[in-house]
Design a protein around this ligand. Structure first.
Ligand SMILES: [Zn+2]
Ligand SMILES: [Zn+2]
Length: 272
């Protein structure tokens, strides 16, 4: 087992032919495949402005060599046995997940056995979490009000992993502080694309040394058997993503204002 803390393969390629299925480790008794994974994805089921559905994302990811995915919509668990079976038919393990808004800050929660609307405070997380969950800090040190920032330090014992975000350029990189923090506290880094736009997918992902089961994958991450594969975005691409996401958010908030009453957080598909 590696020491806690993931290795960062900053210049690895992200094409479908690299990583994923082929890489194997054969030391010790077990032979684990390094599974290509993205555990931070948004889909149209929860955000109407997104152009792809969960099924479309799963089918695309399978074609591109991904083996583990989690749909982590905001305050909404987009997961069902049917969706997991759809993924399984394509060789993909789907892990139930949610990007919960906890006291105004984003927190990624996997394999939770409570409804998303139960996760409103850090005290809620402490009360409900079990050893079967995985809790990760997305884009934790970015300068936005919904990022954990100082709360990450205050609540660090709740977290199993720190996200390495796709959203950075060679010069502007808020991941640097997260990498330092992860190393200082001995937590693994999890590379994700946080896709809201189709072209975010594939920019950053993880390789996890694990069997293809929810329990194995989550425990492999906790044990640091995870590597980040990433390359910085060009400044132009970064700006383009920012502009399109800002526009989509503005459209969504205009739509929300026109609705008769605001929607409450809900589970769109079957929770588990
Ligand atoms: Zn977020
Ligand atoms: Zn997100």
């Amino acid at each position: 087992m590696r020491p806690a803390g993931a290795s960062l393969l900053a210049t690895a390629t992200t094409g479908a032919s690299s990583g994923g299925r082929a890489a194997r480790r054969t030391d010790g008794d077990s032979v684990n495949v390094r599974l290509r994974a993205d555990l931070h994805l948004h889909t149209r089921e929860a955000e109407p402005g997104i152009t792809y559905s969960a099924r479309e994302m799963i089918a695309r990811a399978a074609r591109e060599g991904y083996r583990v995915l989690s749909i982590t919509n905001h305050d909404t668990i987009t997961f069902s046995d049917e969706l997991a079976a759809y993924a399984r038919d394509r060789g993909v393990l789907l892990i139930p997940g949610v990007e919960a808004t906890v006291e105004g800050r984003h927190v990624l929660v996997y394999n939770a056995d409570v409804a998303a609307d139960k996760l409103r405070t850090f005290a809620d997380l402490r009360r409900y979490r079990t050893p079967e969950w995985l809790v990760a800090a997305p884009h934790p040190l970015f300068p936005a009000p919904f990022c954990l920032r100082e709360r990450l330090w205050q609540e660090i014992d709740l977290f199993d992993a720190i996200e390495f975000s796709h959203f950075y350029t060679p010069r502007v990189d808020f991941n640097r502080a997260a990498v330092k923090l992860a190393s200082a506290v001995g937590l693994p880094l999890l590379g994700t694309s946080d896709s809201h736009l189709a072209d975010q997918f594939g920019t950053t992902f993880s390789l996890i040394e694990s069997d293809l089961s929810v329990e194995s994958v989550l425990s492999a991450i906790k044990q640091g058997r995870v590597s980040v594969v990433s390359r910085p975005l060009s400044p132009w691409r970064c700006l383009s993503i920012l502009a399109r996401q800002t526009l989509a958010a503005a459209k969504e908030s205009a739509r929300a204002r026109l609705r008769p009453s605001p929607p409450s957080p809900e589970t769109i598909l079957t929770p588990r």
